[in-house]
Design a protein around this ligand. Structure first.
Ligand SMILES: *[C@@H]1O[C@H](CO)[C@@H](O)[C@H](O)[C@H]1NC(C)=O
Ligand SMILES: *[C@@H]1O[C@H](CO)[C@@H](O)[C@H](O)[C@H]1NC(C)=O
Ligand SMILES: [Cu+2]
Length: 203
């Protein structure tokens, strides 16, 4: 009984953990994968973490997505891409830290601004659930309350424009609130784990 409650609560905690990964629709909310969005401005307002996904949403009749090298990104060279995406709803997992480069392969579109450089930082380990074999003793703080020192801060990078987001790119949606919302979820999940242990001891 108590064990079952613990397992259920652990599953809830894990579900919260998975929900912390974010899907970023490229260009949203003001635009998408189009000819009018400034993608360096768009990306500068987001801290991309490993586990997040990029979602390129566009009409496949008008655009596509080529993942390319930095050299080909800089020169808008569409030949020999690392990977080509053309579904119109391409979900690209940011599975490891580092820079990745995406351009539109339709002639003139890259030079017109359809190019996105994404710098992914390693997600901190602060949110990982405690090992199942060693529950924390009573009274210990939630495991995710404070990230370990030396971990990458989760504050978004400073936008290039002095006034913050330019008009039209309003900071709504999940983007700017992602890290703090995720942090709250982690704390909530940790709290649930604590309740689970109370239940376990009560039985
Ligand atoms: C992200 O998108 C994928 C694919 O559409 C979906 O399976 C997943 O649930 C989404 N995750 C979030 C956190 O929205
Ligand atoms: C995007 O905006 C930045 C900052 O205003 C500017 O320096 C850059 O030239 C713009 N990029 C494009 C492709 O227009
Ligand atoms: Cu295009």
């Amino acid at each position: 009984m108590a064990a079952r409650a613990l397992v259920a609560l652990a599953a809830i905690a894990v579900a919260f953990q998975l929900a912390a990964a974010t899907n970023y629709t490229v260009g949203a909310p003001a635009g998408s994968w189009d000819l009018k969005t400034n993608y360096s401005t768009w990306a500068s307002g987001i801290t991309f973490k490993t586990g997040d996904n990029l979602v390129f949403s566009y009409s496949p009749a008008l655009h596509n997505v080529l993942e390319v090298t930095k050299a080909n990104f800089d020169s808008c060279t569409t030949a020999g891409p690392i990977k080509t995406h053309s579904s119109g709803n391409d979900v690209i997992p940011l599975s490891s830290p580092g820079n990745r480069y995406f351009i539109c392969g339709v002639p003139t579109h890259c030079a017109s601004g359809m190019k996105l450089d994404v710098d992914t930082t390693a997600a901190t380990s602060s949110g990982s659930p405690p090992p199942s074999g060693s529950p924390l003793p009573f009274g210990s703080p939630p495991p995710s309350g404070s990230p370990p020192s030396g971990s990458t801060p989760s504050t978004p990078t400073t936008p290039l424009t002095p006034e913050g987001s330019p008009a039209g790119i309003t900071p709504s949606g999940s983007t700017p609130e992602g890290p703090s919302a995720a942090g709250r979820l982690k704390v909530a999940a940790a709290g649930l784990m604590g309740v689970g242990m109370l239940i376990a001891f009560a039985f």
